[in-house]
Design a protein around this ligand. Structure first.
Ligand SMILES: *[C@@H]1O[C@H](CO)[C@@H](O)[C@H](O)[C@H]1NC(C)=O
Ligand SMILES: *[C@@H]1O[C@H](CO)[C@@H](O)[C@H](O)[C@H]1NC(C)=O
Ligand SMILES: *[C@@H]1O[C@H](CO)[C@@H](O)[C@H](O)[C@H]1NC(C)=O
Ligand SMILES: *[C@@H]1O[C@H](CO)[C@@H](O)[C@H](O)[C@H]1NC(C)=O
Ligand SMILES: *[C@@H]1O[C@H](CO)[C@@H](O)[C@H](O)[C@H]1NC(C)=O
Ligand SMILES: *[C@@H]1O[C@H](CO)[C@@H](O)[C@H](O)[C@H]1NC(C)=O
Ligand SMILES: *[C@@H]1O[C@H](CO)[C@@H](O)[C@H](O)[C@H]1NC(C)=O
Ligand SMILES: *[C@@H]1O[C@H](CO)[C@@H](O)[C@H](O)[C@H]1NC(C)=O
Ligand SMILES: *[C@@H]1O[C@H](CO)[C@@H](O)[C@H](O)[C@H]1NC(C)=O
Ligand SMILES: *[C@@H]1O[C@H](CO)[C@@H](O)[C@H](O)[C@H]1NC(C)=O
Ligand SMILES: *[C@@H]1O[C@H](CO)[C@@H](O)[C@H](O)[C@H]1NC(C)=O
Ligand SMILES: *[C@@H]1O[C@H](CO)[C@@H](O)[C@H](O)[C@H]1NC(C)=O
Length: 453
């Protein structure tokens, strides 16, 4: 997979074989449990009291897959939904392929990652979960075909409900479940328990127990990954449209982000069709277009502005890359940057961005930038055990581990289906394990710190 950048670029843009799939609903309604999902409902979520935000009290992100802007913009269901919300027509993904985009929207960086493999991000690298929990804001990740609450596996294969005669099908993939990829979440049992499937989602809606921040990942056919935009459009009609009328999901303080992880085409910049929906969109703005430049970091900066949260001191505080959705910026007084034309960064680059998850241009994980000021005006959140001496500015020159015959320290074998027992048993919230970095000597780092798992 890491043989060369060219090989990666050649492999990933190829669409999955145009499927013979026809959409079929996985359940009788979005609020009914289904035997098509392996896990039965595991009770309902228990949440702390609602914390009021400046522009909304609930943020629901729904991520679809691999679609160019125009393909979504010209599809009926998206056109219909656009009338009920704000079209963000200058919204960009950050890189290719999927996984780096997902990890970036919760952690503020993709750390140079350019593949979809089974990785762990060290336990003292923080995410939006740390920022939300610091203010007692409830959250969850709803993953459609995940088999059990807090499942650790790389993927899950279950009965193909689209075709009774077919072999079992891989509907759940961990690469689309971003919070689970961070050990700061996956090592903490109370956080693991907030990763739930759609049977649990149905139970939570019925109990009016949805949390305030939600990441929603439809399964790999419903999100268009293995199928087409028309298939995903039918899923939206089945799942999202009725829920928009259900006040247990969408009330007048709910903001819904419907977006894509990345564009399908790699050779043009990474613009993705994105809608803001929900009762928090004022009627006067319904059916309008907002052409402010946004990226996946905007989903972090917007919730920070809304709830006055701390920041992560990473891409979420890069002024160019993290404009706050205008309807929220207008309420909180945040000044967006005017990024247009040639000033729009090229974010269709893959494999060439150095970082702790790029085997060909590697440097260690670095501390957050504590002098950054995020959209929430709060301090920069720093987990215990971070070596503050190793910053992006003091990081060593990237080295090519591939040329040295070495692999990434954090990448576990692709066939790993569960965390090593040493990790599973560590459910402490202290984040006491050290960041897998050293402040001096790259070779010493390579020798001493690579194999902490
Ligand atoms: C499972 O999916 C099939 C195909 O859409 C559907 O006919 C069936 O009703 C579903 N089962 C349940 C329990 O919802
Ligand atoms: C229910 O949750 C518990 C604890 O999170 C977990 O051990 C169990 O596997 C879950 N059961 C199902 C059916 O998801
Ligand atoms: C297919 O998946 C179901 C769970 O959905 C499982 O019970 C069954 O054993 C699987 N069949 C095979 C052949 O793996
Ligand atoms: C939602 O409610 C509106 C009117 O309030 C109605 O026109 C629409 O058909 C409803 N949609 C669904 C999917 O129930
Ligand atoms: C929002 O919903 C609440 C609860 O249903 C209601 O009391 C309030 O009047 C609504 N506000 C607006 C502006 O519609
Ligand atoms: C990225 O997009 C730009 C602008 O469309 C294009 O010129 C460039 O070739 C693309 N880069 C790659 C690596 O495909
Ligand atoms: C912010 O993002 C821009 C565009 O990607 C990049 O050129 C710039 O270096 C970033 N700034 C910092 C401080 O990382
Ligand atoms: C934000 O405020 C500006 C300036 O008053 C206005 O032009 C724009 O329509 C507002 N946008 C939203 C989405 O509220
Ligand atoms: C943003 O910049 C463009 C290009 O310089 C300019 O045409 C436009 O008027 C600016 N918009 C705002 C709101 O300042
Ligand atoms: C951040 O500070 C600025 C300047 O004082 C203020 O206008 C803005 O409302 C503050 N934002 C938040 C989210 O507190
Ligand atoms: C960080 O730098 C300070 C001052 O140079 C030094 O005293 C300290 O030991 C360093 N901490 C680590 C964890 O390397
Ligand atoms: C699922 O995971 C196994 C390893 O656990 C891997 O061999 C297989 O390729 C994966 N399948 C998909 C579709 O991701």
């Amino acid at each position: 997979m890491f043989t060369s950048v060219a090989a990666v670029a050649a492999v990933f843009p190829v669409a999955w074989a145009a499927s013979a799939f026809n959409f079929a609903p996985p359940s009788t309604s979005p609020t009914a449990a289904s035997a098509n999902y392996t896990g039965s409902s595991n009770g309902t979520l228990s949440n702390s009291p609602v914390v009021s935000g400046r522009a909304f009290d609930r943020f629901i992100q729904i991520w679809l897959e691999n679609t160019d802007f125009n393909a979504a913009a010209s599809t009926g269901a998206f056109m219909e939904l656009a009338k009920q919300g704000i079209t963000l027509d200058q919204y960009y993904a950050l890189t290719h392929p999927s996984e780096p985009n997902y990890i970036a929207t919760v952690g503020g960086d993709f750390f140079g990652l350019f593949g979809d493999e089974f990785i762990h991000i060290p336990s003292n690298v923080s995410t939006v979960v740390d920022l939300l929990e610091a203010k007692n804001i409830s959250w969850a990740s709803y993953q459609e075909n995940m088999p059990t609450v807090g499942y650790f596996g790389y993927n899950y294969t279950s009965v193909d409900y689209l075709d009774a005669g077919a072999d079992n099908y891989t509907f759940y993939v961990r690469k689309h479940n971003p919070t689970m990829i961070y050990d700061s979440v996956a090592n903490v049992s109370s956080r693991v328990a907030r990763h739930r499937n759609f049977n649990d989602f149905a139970a939570d809606v019925n109990a009016s127990a949805l949390p305030q921040w939600m990441f929603v990942t439809p399964n790999i056919v419903n999100d268009a990954h293995d199928t087409t935009i028309d298939f995903a459009a039918q899923w939206l009609q089945f799942w999202l449209m009725p829920l928009l009328n259900d006040t247990r999901f969408n009330d007048n303080r709910t903001l819904i982000l419907l977006t894509f992880d990345e564009s399908e085409t790699y050779t043009v910049n990474n613009r993705i069709f994105t809608l803001l929906l929900g009762g928090a969109v004022p009627s006067s703005l319904k059916g309008t277009t907002d052409s402010t430049y946004y990226t996946h970091y905007s989903a972090l900066s917007t919730v920070q502005a809304n709830w006055g949260l701390s920041s992560l001191g990473r891409g979420d505080t890069n002024k160019t890359m993290s404009n706050v959705y205008s309807l929220v910026a207008n309420v909180t007084g945040y000044q967006n940057e005017n990024v247009t034309g040639a000033a729009i960064p090229l974010t269709n680059l893959t494999g060439t961005i150095p970082g702790p998850l790029n085997v060909n241009a590697w440097f260690p994980f670095t501390a957050p930038n504590t002098s950054a000021v995020g959209a929430g005006n709060g301090t920069v959140f720093v987990a215990p055990g971070v070596n503050m001496n190793l910053t992006i500015a003091s990081a060593p020159q990237p080295i090519n581990l591939t040329q040295r015959g070495q692999s990434l320290p954090q990448v576990l074998p692709l066939n790993a289906t569960s965390l090593p027992s040493s990790v599973v048993s560590n459910t402490s919230t202290s984040g006491a394990s050290t960041m897998r970095v050293a402040s001096t000597g790259v070779l010493a780092v390579a020798g001493a710190v690579f194999l902490l798992f």
